[in-house]
Design a protein around this ligand. Structure first.
Ligand SMILES: [Zn+2]
Ligand SMILES: [Zn+2]
Length: 290
């Protein structure tokens, strides 16, 4: 009952929203078949709900694995929209088919990768560009109401730290919230992104909870969300990743020239090549005689 009321609220939000879903499809997922199935069907169902809840709502889905990022929807194939065949809205059918087709293509590309974690930061960047392009291509030059939803399932390291921070600051600048839903372990880096850009972060333990969580917490837009009684955000883990080992550090050395973070004292900044004068003798404090 409560949900219906709030969904109505969303529907009344006239202009419609562009939702960009950044979907983590790391091969790690394939370890258990039931997980893949539940995970993907929850994500696709959520995309369907978003489109069906307001006729003006639009959607983009970008997938990321450890090798590449790829637009699953929309596709510029120029194919004709098929006529309704199973009583469903044509658009929803088209979305499902496009996502399935592109995911298959993505899975077929094998190969070795330097990275082992999903290239989510790259996918978020593409999402931001897509939003910006929609805005510039709008004939009336209207502001596009958009938000990004990152759904993440694989584990990660801090190796994309800088890329993440850059996308977060960009999102903040074009006032696009980045929502994050993590399955499994908490992800400090993505939590920072949600906090910086004004999005919502939540971590669930089981894939089976995913669809319910998406509908209850992520379906409403940012304005409506204030009226909902969603669980409060945990305190944000604002540790930075050091530039030498890409691990999150609590305390470190910071380059005074470019603000790079190092977990240990280093003689040279690897980012801006500044030499640190570490062995400078400490100045004696001479007390003035009165
Ligand atoms: Zn380090
Ligand atoms: Zn430096």
């Amino acid at each position: 009952m409560v949900l219906t009321y709030h969904m109505q609220d969303v529907i009344m939000a006239g202009d419609g929203y562009l939702l960009v879903i950044v979907l983590d499809v790391h091969p790690q997922l394939a370890e258990q078949e039931s997980i893949v199935h539940n995970y993907l069907s929850a994500c696709i169902s959520f995309a369907n709900i978003h489109l069906a809840s307001n006729v003006r709502n639009t959607l983009a889905v970008i997938a990321a694995n450890h090798l590449e990022t790829r637009f699953l929807y929309p596709q510029d194939t120029g194919e004709k929209v098929e006529r309704q065949k199973d009583g469903r809205l044509e658009l929803l059918c088209q979305v499902d088919e496009s996502i399935e087709k592109e995911l298959r293509r993505m899975m077929m590309h094998g190969g070795k990768a330097e990275q082992t974690e999903s290239l989510l930061s790259g996918a978020i960047g593409r999402g931001l560009l897509y939003i910006k392009r929609q805005e510039t291509e709008d004939v009336l030059g209207k502001k596009v109401h958009a938000r990004i939803l990152v759904i993440k399932i694989s584990s990660d390291t801090g190796s994309q730290y800088l890329n993440y921070i850059n996308t977060y600051l960009t999102a903040q600048k074009i006032s696009t919230p980045i929502d994050v839903c993590v399955v499994g372990n908490d992800c400090g880096l993505l939590q920072q992104g949600a906090d910086i850009s004004g999005g919502y972060y939540h971590c669930i333990q089981e894939v089976s909870e995913l669809l319910q969580c998406l509908i209850l917490m992520y379906q409403a837009d940012v304005g409506t969300r204030k009226k909902l009684n969603v669980p409060p955000m945990d305190s944000v883990d604002y540790r930075a990743a050091c530039f030498c080992h890409r691990t999150l550090v609590e305390m470190g050395n910071v380059c005074s020239n470019c603000l790079s973070v190092y977990c240990k004292a280093v003689p040279l900044c690897s980012t801006c090549n500044v030499i640190f004068q570490t062995e400078r003798p400490l100045m004696k404090i001479v007390k003035k005689k009165k």
